[in-house]
Write a protein that binds this ligand. Sequence first.
Ligand code: SF4
Length: 256
Amino acid sequence: MEALTRLPEAAKPLISPVKSGKERARELEALYGHLLPNEIIKLAVEELFPGDIASVSSFGADSAVLLHLVASVDTSTPVLFLETGKHFDETLSYRDELVSALGLTDLRNITPLPEKLVTDDPDGLLHKTSTDACCAIRKVEPLARAVVPFAAWFTGRKRFQAETRAKLPVFEAVSERIRINPLAGWGSEDIAAYQELHALPEHPLIPYGYYSIGCMPCTEPSSPDDPRAGRWKGKSKTECGIHLGGLDSSLDSSSL
Ligand code: SF4
C-alpha cells in the first residue's frame, strides 16, 4: 500500500485491482453510452476523469463541434494535435483561429521523434512508398506518447463516417486507458446544425470540396455523402492507425 500512495497522480486511475480497461469501457458504455454528447463530456471531464482527460483533434472539417463542446465544459482541457509536418497550411491557421475563438488554453502540438524522421523518412517522402510506415512514425507513436499522462481522451469520430466506424461505441478501451467518442451517434445533419447554431468557424478548405481533411499528401476533395473517400484515395488504407490496434501496441510497449 505504501508503494501505491507514492505513484504519480496520473497513474492512479489506471491501477484497478478489479477491472481491466475493456471491462471498464463496457461498464461505462452500459451506464452512459446513451447520453447526449454534452452530457458525456461534462460527466467525463468533471466526474469520471477530473484533471486526467484530454481531447484529440485533427482540426479538420468538423473538429470545431467537439472542441466547442469541450470548451463549454472546461477551456483548460488539454487538446492534442498531431503536428505531422505534412498538414495543409490552411489546417494550421484554422487550428490557431479555432483555439483562439474557443478560448482553449492548453493546445499541445505533438511532433514525430526527430531521430525517427532521420532514420525512417530522411527525405520526407515515406508517404509515397509506405503510408503505414509514415503514419506509424508521424501519428501512431506520437499519439501513444501524448496520451501517456492521461487516463482517457475524447475523439470526434462518428459512426456515419465510414464502414469501419459503423459500430463505434462511445467508450472504448485502449490498453488500460479509455477513449471516448461523444459524437459517435451524431449524423452529418447534427454536426451541421450544431456548427450553424453556434456560428463556428469553418475549415478554409471546405469550400474547395474537402470534407475530411488530414495530411496534404494523402487528402483529396471528396463529397458530403462519402467524406472520407478523399483520404488515401486509390489505396486500400482507410484509417491512419491511431484509432486502430496500433495505438494499443504502442501504449503497451511505451514507458507506462
Ligand atoms: Fe504520412 Fe499521409 Fe499518414 Fe500523414 S496521412 S502521416 S503524410 S502517410
